[in-house]
Design a protein around this ligand. Structure first.
Ligand code: ADP
Ligand code: TRP
Length: 327
């Protein structure tokens, strides 16, 4: 049996934080061994919220460096920038011509973003159509994503089906979502979902004073130091759980319950855990940071592989729709 094609993307709309790591990147890295993985940096998607060329370039390279630092092996998967595969926009247009406006009007991500103050432009509105093209252009079988992407994946399946029905054939493969349900929403410093939009995030590669300041400002309740505490109600503990081994987590939980263990102690534990957890990645990050040309070469090689695959899927799609090309 041939290997399943696994695909996922991450938007370079800022530096990456713990929510992005535990909610998305960690799953991507774990999945590499399970099939033929395609991972890309969704820089066209980032344009829906970011209009600063220098920043977009910087974040795109930064996301690539973060992935490589965190252990993505470019020999074991296809790692590339969305913008290196122009066929994606071609397919997105075709899917858009079949997509009812009413389908996009159901988009919760669109409504959320507009509620947060983003301009309600067409790019934001049709974001899921481009995402569907990202997925369908490689005949992806499995798409590992966080729970917040569930609806976008349903849209992708709907659009693939609609395309196949309209043009009478199995031109596009219907992808299976792989929703990582057991990953809790990572809380931010203020206890709400960690997100750039709430400015309550801790970046994966925050270190030193920045990291300490953020960890120390995590919101806790006012239970006095000597009193027993319920770890399940504590934002610091929610983060500790993500970074610590099971036995260490249990040991810290016990300290909470016994009393005499203050939130300051818990924050110190968290600082140590985070520093250890990302120690190797930090070194690797410094290595790639100093070798940006190598990073670009990796994306270039990945882009070539991705384009080849995309073209193989796109050619029969053009035939099916009657789009001619004279070159
Ligand atoms: P932000 O909210 O900071 O803008 P994004 O929406 O760009 O983050 O997140 C990219 C991916 O990272 C999401 O699809 C989701 O899977 C994951 N993610 C982001 N924040 C969290 C969080 N707090 N908890 C779990 N997963 C998250
Ligand atoms: N929308 C995804 C996010 O915000 C990023 C993304 C773009 C993506 N295209 C994709 C994810 C295709 C999976 C598959 O996290």
């Amino acid at each position: 049996m041939s290997k399943k094609t696994i695909l996922s993307g991450i938007t370079p709309s800022g530096r990456l934080h713990y929510g992005n790591y535990f909610g998305a990147m960690k799953q991507h890295l774990d999945f590499i061994e399970k099939g033929d993985a395609f991972y890309f940096i969704a820089n066209y998607h980032a344009l829906t919220s970011l209009r600063d060329a220098d920043k977009l370039r910087e974040y795109t390279i930064d996301v690539a460096i973060d992935y490589l630092a965190l252990g993505l092996d470019p020999e074991k998967c296809t790692f590339f920038a969305q913008s290196d595969v122009p066929q994606v926009n071609e397919l997105a247009w075709m899917l858009g011509t079949l997509c009812p406006v009413s389908l996009m009007e159901k988009g919760v991500a669109y409504k959320d973003k507009v509620a947060q103050g983003l301009a309600p432009n067409i790019g934001l509105f049709t974001y899921p159509v481009l995402q569907a093209a990202d997925i369908l252009i490689y005949h992806s079988d499995v798409v590992p994503v966080g729970a917040d992407q569930k609806q976008n994946l349903e849209f992708s399946r709907d659009l693939a089906q609609k395309f196949n029905n309209t043009f009478n054939g199995d031109h596009l493969r219907i992808p299976e979502p792989f929703i990582v349900e057991d990953v809790a929403v990572v809380p931010g410093i203020d206890g709400r979902k960690m997100s750039k939009s709430y400015n309550n995030h801790i970046f994966i590669f925050d270190r030193g004073k920045d990291l300490k300041k953020k960890v120390m400002s995590i919101v806790t309740d006012a239970t006095p130091l000597e009193d027993p505490k319920d770890p399940s109600k504590c934002n610091v503990f929610a983060l500790i759980k993500l970074f610590a081994e099971k036995s260490k987590t249990e040991e810290i939980a016990q300290k909470y319950r016994e009393g005499g263990f203050g939130y300051g102690h818990a924050k110190k534990e968290l600082l140590e855990l985070v520093t250890d957890y990302f120690a190797e990645a930090c070194e690797k990050r410094a290595y790639f940071e100093a070798r940006k040309d190598t990073v670009l070469d990796i994306l270039k090689a990945g882009g070539e592989k991705a384009r080849l695959r995309a073209e193989q899927v796109m050619e029969p799609v053009r035939q099916a729709t009657g789009i001619i090309r004279t070159h």
